[in-house]
Design a protein around this ligand. Structure first.
Ligand SMILES: *Cc1c(COP(=O)(O)O)cnc(C)c1O
Length: 388
């Protein structure tokens, strides 16, 4: 056991089932252990390092801002957050942005907006938010309540009240639930990431939007994992031809630095007033400068490349020996293996490839710009691991 592993076991809270891999450095989609062992990174820090490790352009943006000013508080104006917010709005048609530091905080903001919007229009009893079973929206007590998976709830009662969970892809069930609970909003992931990389039916996503319009509910799409090019569109809702009222995102937006954003559309653009919400680290100029660089590089050419690599992965992995099925969208891929997913991931590690799990699946979230040759090497190793 190395000193790092010893210290980790002794001093780090015991919340993670880490694999026996220590990462010391990396470049692009390759990472290295202290002894020089090389791994192909098919997890990208759980969909975070959108342009890989130590990307030169992103580093220039981050270091440039670090040399100017690293933090100011939100009492003063700074340029990086305004430029990032403007770019996000221009590319989505949303009207306002609130910056936090994580996906959970982005969702907390959306939930606060939805509650205030509904309270002002329909009174204080209209606060329920409908989310989906098998969803994942974060680890705070409120976003855990939003998360439609009992396993996350059991040990932490009581959670924030006001969340009910509908069955994914069941429009009639959703309509019945909405009719019974007079909600403020419906919140979905278009592809349930932690829930096993399962894309919702396009018809269902359209129905969610329609129900929101008919009843004046806010339509919230959690794009923490699916956003920022991951799905093959800038935001995954764009693949479904819908327009949400609130979009939350984080993970890939920061390129490896912590940032979360809640994008607020026209219907709710003036809901938040002075003092309604805040964050000490939110809109941090270094994180925003890096994120602006990331966002500006998620262009049509890169998105086409993401879709091409996605098609390649589906082609190679569907029907591969040891793979029951393949799900997902863009560079967000779930493989249901015949063997337990964690065992397959360990076999991938033995072959120099780092993959993730999501429930019973092996999950792939590589950097969006992973070179094709590297992807081919990773696929060969993954197929070999699946077949063993
Ligand atoms: C990861 C994730 C979150 C939580 O993000 P944190 O940054 O860990 O708080 C929320 N929603 C979805 C869909 C996610 O994938």
């Amino acid at each position: 056991m190395t000193e790092v592993i010893r210290n980790d076991r002794e001093y780090i809270a015991n919340t993670y089932a880490r694999f026996n891999v220590e990462i010391e450095r990396g470049k692009g989609s390759l990472v290295y252990a202290p002894d020089g062992t090389e791994y192909i990174d098919m997890g990208a820090g759980i969909g975070v390092t959108a342009f890989g490790i130590a990307d030169e352009e992103w580093k220039r943006a981050v270091i440039g801002q670090l040399n100017a000013v690293q933090h100011t508080s939100n009492l003063y104006y700074t340029k990086p957050c305004t430029e990032l917010a403007k770019a996000l709005c221009l590319r989505t048609g949303m009207k306002k942005v609130f910056f936090g530091n994580s996906g959970a905080e982005a969702n907390e903001c959306a939930i606060k907006v939805a509650r205030k919007y509904a309270a002002e229009r329909k009174g204080p009893k209209c606060y329920t938010i409908v989310t989906l079973k098998n969803s994942f929206h974060g680890r705070t007590l409120t976003t855990l309540a939003a998360t439609g998976q009992e396993v996350f709830h059991e040990k932490f009662q009581p959670l924030t009240p006001g969340f009910v969970h509908a069955e994914p892809d069941d429009t009639q069930g959703l309509e019945a639930l909405v009719a019974s609970c007079d909600p403020a909003a419906i919140m979905i992931e278009t592809v349930q990431g932690e829930g096993g990389v399962k894309a919702l039916d396009a018809e269902f996503v359209k129905a969610v939007e329609r129900i929101c319009r008919e009843r004046d509910l806010l339509f919230i799409v959690d794009e923490v994992q699916t956003g920022n090019g991951r799905s093959g569109a800038l935001y995954s809702y764009m693949n479904f031809g819908v327009q949400p009222d609130l979009v939350t995102t984080a993970k890939g937006l920061g390129g490896g630095l912590p940032i979360g954003a809640c994008l607020i559309g026209e219907r709710a653009e003036n809901v938040l007033g002075c003092g309604d919400h805040g964050s000490t680290f939110g809109a941090n100029p270094v994180c925003c400068a890096g994120a602006l660089n990331i966002l500006n590089r998620i262009d049509d050419r890169l998105l086409a490349e993401v879709r091409e690599k996605s098609a390649y992965l589906f082609r190679e992995l569907r029907g591969a020996k040891g793979a029951v099925s393949v799900s997902g969208m863009g560079l967000m891929i779930g493989i249901l293996p015949e063997k337990p997913a964690r065992e397959v991931v360990q076999r991938c590690i033995d072959r120099g490839v780092l993959c993730l799990t999501a429930k019973d699946r092996v999950r792939l979230l590589p950097a969006l710009n992973i070179p094709f040759e590297t992807l081919q090497r990773a696929v060969a190793a993954i197929k070999d691991a699946l077949a063993e």
